[in-house]
Design a protein around this ligand. Structure first.
Ligand SMILES: C[S@@+](CC[C@H](N)C(=O)[O-])C[C@H]1O[C@@H](n2cnc3c(N)ncnc32)[C@H](O)[C@@H]1O
Length: 270
């Protein structure tokens, strides 16, 4: 029988191979998508394992696993392709955008994949350490701002054509949500596309008994758990509740479930 250490060693090796294959696959997919859809070439930072943050920084905001360079790059490539497909399906061409905002930019895992587009790129985040890192590595090519746990954001009204927030509204406290939805609506121009990720039930609420989900969550429409700290606070809402909340300022174009990732709420600023 394999010892625990050997098993762990094999799993780590298996994970490393898995993520190398994922990166090979997704960088190819990404290259073809940019070439075929936009006639654009990728930027070298989109697939450079030398320009990936340290383990210490990654664990500040994400699971340890993402610190492996192939994981950081492949998961970013795969996720950005999800967004680009949604933009495409709803008639948006990212080459037409003048300004893009990555709300909760973190370490720029996604922002770096927008470098080939002509838009002015912006990112903001509440965590000082990640803002410092992102300013350092992307500072010449994107404007990264320190933002706060409550609005306002440091932008003019109707400033952005496209705003996305990946794994951010899953952590924002329920009582702050109406103000944040109104704030994103303020900085989005009419017609802008806004995409935010949300928790799907099967992947993220597996720990909740079925009867409790029905009695407590479905009836209330949402569930909040965790400590209230940005990293640990979690907010789930039913698709109906999400439409009610976001529908106050946006036309909800689609609730798109994702494979193994958080689901997406795709919206247009009314
Ligand atoms: C799980 S990380 C995701 C980072 C990045 N979007 C990605 O997908 O790699 C969540 C990020 O959202 C930031 N965040 C949480 N609440 C925020 C808020 N109210 N305003 C801006 N950033 C926030 C955190 O500091 C953290 O960097």
């Amino acid at each position: 029988m394999l010892s625990w250490r050997k098993k762990r060693g094999r799993r780590k090796q298996g994970d490393a191979e898995h993520w190398l294959k994922e990166r090979e696959y997704w960088s190819q997919r990404m290259e073809s998508w940019y070439r075929d859809k936009y006639s654009l070439e990728l930027d070298s930072i989109q697939d450079d394992p030398g320009q990936v943050p340290s383990l210490e920084l990654i664990t500040e905001i994400q699971r340890k696993g993402k610190a492996e360079p192939n994981t950081f790059l492949a998961s970013g490539q795969r996720t950005v392709l999800e967004y680009l497909e949604e933009l495409n399906d709803h008639g948006y061409d990212p080459r037409d955008f003048e300004r893009i905002l990555d709300f909760g930019v973190g370490l720029g895992r996604l922002l770096r994949h927008y470098f080939p587009f002509p838009a002015e790129l912006h990112g903001c985040d509440v965590t000082e350490k990640v803002v410092n890192y992102s300013q350092g590595i992307y500072g010449q090519r994107a404007r990264i701002e320190q933002s706060r746990l409550t609005p306002p954001l440091p932008y003019e009204d109707q400033y952005f054509d496209y705003i996305y927030a990946n794994s951010v509204f899953t952590h924002i406290q329920h009582d702050l949500l109406p103000d944040w939805i109104a704030e994103l609506a303020r900085v989005a121009r009419p017609g802008a596309c806004v995409i935010v990720t949300v928790y799907g039930t099967n992947r993220y609420l597996g720990h909740v008994p079925e009867r409790e989900f029905d009695q407590r969550i479905r009836q209330q429409g949402y569930l909040e758990w965790g400590t209230g700290h940005v990293k640990q606070n979690c907010l789930y809402a039913t698709p109906g509740k999400l439409r009610e909340w976001w529908g106050s300022h946006f036309e909800v174009l689609e609730y798109r479930p994702q494979f193994k990732d958080q689901d997406h709420l795709v919206m247009r600023r009314s």
